[in-house]
Design a protein around this ligand. Structure first.
Ligand code: OGA
Ligand code: MN
Length: 281
């Protein structure tokens, strides 16, 4: 009698409130049998680490497609796999400047009503110093806020803009530079995302400009205070890269950032992105 053995997802949690390490082999992951379980775990844990999985570009695209579609980031002409690198041989000056925005806590694609669902980064060249990628779980942080804070913030709206995020790493732009950033527009998003699953998460990061209708100083205290809390130890995971590692995050319920590194060191991550399917709400 033939015995059919189902491949199951094997993993261990990294910290109680964020991150799981996937233990299956590449062959098991590429079989397609684990797709639903991986997507479910991603949403629940925020970050999945595939230690030394050594995906080729082709495998990374195939794996991303299996999980629900690999997209090209809007506004960045990267093709199916995009190089995260500050190397002048990889990208134009404009793209390098834009990528420097990732040195501060952010959500990818807040300027789009339907943000990307997640991303998968694979390490190809290590930085000489620094360059960890850090994540924080904004579902878990929201859940742990005191009830009165949740009641106060639940229906607040926040203006997000690209130009504000660029000021973090370029605080004294030329007027022309500022005008170019501002031409990318602004968008009003809920501070608390009420997901279709019924779960809620905080929408924060360097594009968050001001709480609508709130005094500027109180707004800054609200946004920075929540960001400080959401990125504090219990909700925070810092990934120290080894070549061949891949890390995937749920962009709809986490913040992430790159830690500073030598911009000339050739650090290279290859990125695929999972198509978004849920508008901010
Ligand atoms: C990204 C990103 C962080 C890093 O790919 O969206 O923010 O560590 N990357 O390079
Ligand atoms: Mn990013």
């Amino acid at each position: 009698m033939a015995v059919t053995e189902l491949t199951r997802l094997k993993y261990e949690d990294i910290k109680p409130k964020i991150g799981s390490r996937i233990l299956n082999s590449k062959e098991e992951l590429m079989s397609g049998e684990l797709t639903d379980e991986i997507n479910e775990l991603l949403e629940r844990r925020g970050v999945l680490v595939f230690k030394k999985i050594n995906f080729t570009d082709e495998e990374q695209v195939k794996f991303s497609n299996m999980l629900g579609g690999n997209a090209t980031e809007i506004g960045v002409d990267g093709g199916a796999v995009f190089s995260i690198s500050l190397d002048r041989n990889e990208h134009s000056k404009e793209v390098i400047e834009y990528l420097k925005g990732s040195l501060f806590w952010h959500v990818d694609g807040t300027m789009n009503p339907v943000p990307i669902r997640g991303s998968l980064l694979s390490s190809k060249v290590l930085p000489t110093w620094g360059g960890n990628t850090e994540f924080s779980n904004c579902y878990a942080a929201y859940d742990d806020l005191p009830q009165d804070t949740r009641d106060t913030i639940d229906n607040l709206k926040v203006i997000h803009s690209m130009w504000v995020s660029q000021l973090y790493h370029c605080p004294e732009p030329t007027l022309a530079q500022l005008e170019d950033w501002q031409s990318k527009g602004e968008i009003v998003l809920p501070l608390v995302w009420k997901h279709q699953t019924g779960r809620k998460s905080l929408v924060l990061g360097n594009t968050a400009q001001q709480v609508v209708g709130m005094d500027l100083r109180e707004s800054a205290r609200t946004l920075h205070g929540l960001r400080e809390f959401a990125t504090s130890e219990p909700y925070h995971y810092s990934h120290e890269w080894e070549v061949g590692d891949s890390v995937m995050w749920d962009n709809t319920g986490t913040l992430h950032r790159a830690m500073p590194y030598d911009p000339d060191c050739g650090r290279l991550l290859r990125r695929t992105i999972l198509l978004g399917d849920e508008p901010f709400a």
